[in-house]
Design a protein around this ligand. Structure first.
Ligand SMILES: Nc1ncnc2c1ncn2[C@@H]1O[C@H](COP(=O)(O)OP(=O)(O)O)[C@@H](O)[C@H]1O
Ligand SMILES: [Mg+2]
Length: 459
């Protein structure tokens, strides 16, 4: 018995049903249905054997030249249904403006490139998967595509130094793509580096509330000190924390407590403060990777992130589109922030999640568990990339947060192998299950491999 030819029935022209025993495919496959009223393309939503009915969604009608016009159809009964061919599947994605190829899409027996819509990145995107599911790798593939095929400015907050080679093509990368990566204006900065390569933030240029958070000052609990801080005049000659301490010592009236606080916290020893008094902001680049893995304190990555988002927010009226990429996002906008720095950063990210879209500030967040990131950020994401997730509770939560993903497609994520993913939302024509493609650039921070002798044919 052929198990991928079923008879579909639709009473409303929007959804259809079929006998799941006639269908061995997975949810998410695209099908062509041929009722008397004219051919249409649909997506199987639920085809689990043992269910009484399989269900699907009508995507649109196939018009004369083979393109699909989105919309619903006439009701129909017992119309033949079959998987789309490779050509039909590829054409469907192209028609929907999906050009960023991030991997492959298996639908039925055919495999086609899995492409995302570049224009769908004008939303916030959530990437979720358990540790080792391949999030960092997949994020790298997505970034490479955005770098090569768009002009979108990107800032990457890189907690583990995974993206430090984003500008370096792999030796086996296709020549055209190598050239495109080499041509891109990509700068990488590190914590505790020298010169141009260093991440530096001038304390005196940071907004007052950020300065206060660096000093762990709470406006209510530390009422007096916070107020002294507010009224303290920091001159532009004050570039380093040592200068701040000196200013405090000499300034009338001497706010001794503040000076002691700075010394006790060890803030003056952080590597992020520039030594030169006239530290200038580096000019903007197309892609900036901020490798915060080399800082010695947990606070400096937070200060780095605050510097990025505060600046973007302050200049939001300029409406310069920017994608802010945060790997391990639970560190920067946790569900329950604990320190003053985490709190003000999370607050700002919540604000950007809610209002950033209209200014062109878009977030791309990656994390292991949906519940670890602040729900007011997660709930604003219109794109989902889901990789392997073991915990049924987490999958359930994702279902609640991302109502646009068919539950039957979410449910299979515990069976994903490394590199397998589900994409759903504005950046994809339909929810798609697929496999991420090869990286073009060199991975940073990946496992060290056992050295092997070269193969005899020289490859
Ligand atoms: N699609 C893939 N193809 C090849 N190697 C991969 C793929 N995805 C992940 N890996 C490798 O598996 C390891 C873990 O992947 P990673 O992306 O760091 O996982 P995560 O960020 O989810 O913890 C890395 O060494 C990475 O190179
Ligand atoms: Mg990772």
């Amino acid at each position: 018995m052929n198990t991928t030819h079923a008879a579909a029935t639709s009473y409303d022209g929007r959804t259809f049903t079929f006998d799941p025993d006639d269908w061995t495919g997975r949810p998410g496959e695209l099908v062509r249905v041929d009722p008397a009223s004219g051919p249409l393309v649909g997506q199987v939503r639920d085809a689990r054997p043992g269910r009484r009915i399989g269900t699907g969604l009508v995507l649109g009608m196939v018009v004369d030249d083979g393109t699909v016009r989105l919309g619903h159809s006439e009701p129909f009964a017992s119309a033949p249904m079959r998987p789309l061919t490779t050509a039909e599947l590829t054409s469907f994605q192209e028609q929907r403006g999906a050009q960023l190829v991030v991997g492959s899409w298996r639908s039925g027996d055919v495999e086609t490139p899995l492409a995302l819509r570049a224009q769908g990145f004008n939303r916030h995107t959530f990437l979720c998967g358990q540790s080792g599911s391949g999030k960092t790798y997949a994020l790298g593939v997505i970034l490479e595509q955005l770098i090569m095929h768009t002009e979108l400015p990107i800032v990457v907050l890189d907690p583990n130094g995974d993206y430090v080679h984003l500008g370096t093509p792999r030796p086996d990368a296709p020549p055209a793509e190598s050239a495109a990566i080499r041509a891109a204006d990509i700068v990488v900065r590190h914590g505790r580096a020298d010169g141009e390569e260093a991440i530096k933030v001038a304390f005196v240029h940071m907004p007052r509330h950020v300065q206060a958070a660096v000093l762990e000052l709470d406006p209510v609990r530390d009422r007096e000190e916070y107020n002294q801080w507010l009224h303290l005049q920091l001159t532009s000659g004050v570039g380093t924390m040592d200068d701040v301490t000196t200013a405090l010592r000499n300034g009338p009236p001497a706010p001794r407590a503040l000076g002691q606080r700075i010394e006790n916290l060890g803030v003056a020893e952080w590597d992020i403060w520039p030594w030169n008094l006239d530290h200038q902001e580096p000019p903007p680049h197309r892609v900036t990777v901020l490798d915060v893995s080399t800082f010695r304190t947990a606070q400096e990555p937070l200060v780095t992130a605050l510097d990025v988002v505060e600046r973007l927010w302050a200049n939001r009226e300029d409406r310069v589109p920017t994608l802010v990429v945060i790997d391990e996002a639970h560190n920067l906008c946790p569900a329950a922030p604990t320190t003053p720095l985490q709190t003000i950063l999370t607050d700002r990210l919540i604000q950007i999640a809610a209002e950033g879209r209209k200014y062109g500030i878009w977030l791309l967040l990656s994390t292991q568990r949906p519940s670890k990131v602040h729900p007011q950020v997660t709930s604003q994401c219109d794109n989902l990339v889901l990789m392997r997730m073991n915990s049924p509770a987490d999958v359930e939560e994702l279902g609640r947060l991302f109502g646009f993903v068919p539950p039957s497609m979410l449910e299979v994520s515990p069976t994903f192998a490394q590199g397998e993913l589900l994409v759903a939302g504005v950046f994809t024509p339909v929810p798609i299950e697929g496999r991420v493609g090869p990286r073009i650039t060199v991975e940073g921070g990946s496992d060290v491999r056992v050295p092997m002798p070269p193969a005899p044919d020289g490859h």
